[in-house]
Write a protein that binds this ligand. Structure first.
Ligand code: C5J
Length: 222
């Protein structure tokens, strides 16, 4: 066992590195890149782009330490058979899931925009979870993979803070995982949601988990 203590709020957390996985949530081109779907909607994608460098640093260290690395992608089958109507039938029909976007069909597996940004691209041996929902546990085999590897703690990074990161942290928390969220490794199109999202995680004695940052997480892992 290799226990390290991560400086975090609401309090430092001791984790066994061998039983900790790094989870990178939905660092997909359509959410992050200029010219992607997120920008088409009028969002400032640089707010998400800020998380890329800290994520790269944590990912590089996790790889060096031989940690389990999980990447997720939000998206659906091309025939939309796994997409609930309630999710598809909202908003402007030209911008709905499955519609033609600037980088292929929006949130459809196999399309260019659905893929992970080059700077954080999975390498051989890393797990990629294709998820139809916001949470990474819903309708995926993530829970089984973590269980079989004996994982107890997660470092959760990605976008967006208040949507897919938050939903995944809540799901993981209910399943008994200790979640550490390095705030600078996450991003939102809405800065206030990012801030409040992080505060919600660590409130009430860490009701959903622990909040830290890439520097403190890396200092502990080193
Ligand atoms: C994610 C979204 N990944 N905001 N999706 O947060 O729709």
């Amino acid at each position: 066992m290799a226990y390290v203590t991560v400086d975090a709020e609401p309090e430092p957390l001791a984790i066994d590195v061998a039983k900790t996985a790094l989870v990178l949530i939905d660092m997909q081109r359509d959410f992050l890149e200029a010219g992607g779907f997120g920008e088409t909607l009028g969002n400032d994608v640089s707010l998400l782009g800020k998380a890329v460098r800290p994520c790269q640093a944590v990912l590089a260290l996790a790889r060096k330490k031989g940690m389990l690395v999980i990447h997720t992608r939000e998206g659906h089958r091309p025939d939309l058979s796994d997409a609930p109507k309630a999710k598809v039938e909202r908003g402007d029909p030209r911008l709905r899931i499955g519609a033609a976007g600037p980088m292929g069909r929006i949130l459809i597996r196999g399309e260019a925009g659905h893929d992970i940004v080059a700077s954080l691209y999975p390498i051989a041996g890393e797990t990629v979870i294709d998820k139809p929902g916001k949470g990474a546990f819903y309708a995926t085999d993530l829970g089984a993979i973590l269980h079989h590897r004996g994982i107890e703690s997660l470092i959760v990074c990605g976008v967006t803070t208040e949507v897919c990161v938050h939903t995944t942290v809540r799901e993981a928390n209910d399943r008994g995982y200790r979640c550490i969220v390095p705030g600078d490794c996450c991003g939102s199109y809405f800065p206030e949601f990012h801030e409040v999202g992080l505060r919600m995680i660590k409130a009430q004695g860490g009701i959903f988990g622990w909040v830290s940052d890439s520097t403190r997480v890396m200092r502990a892992l080193e």
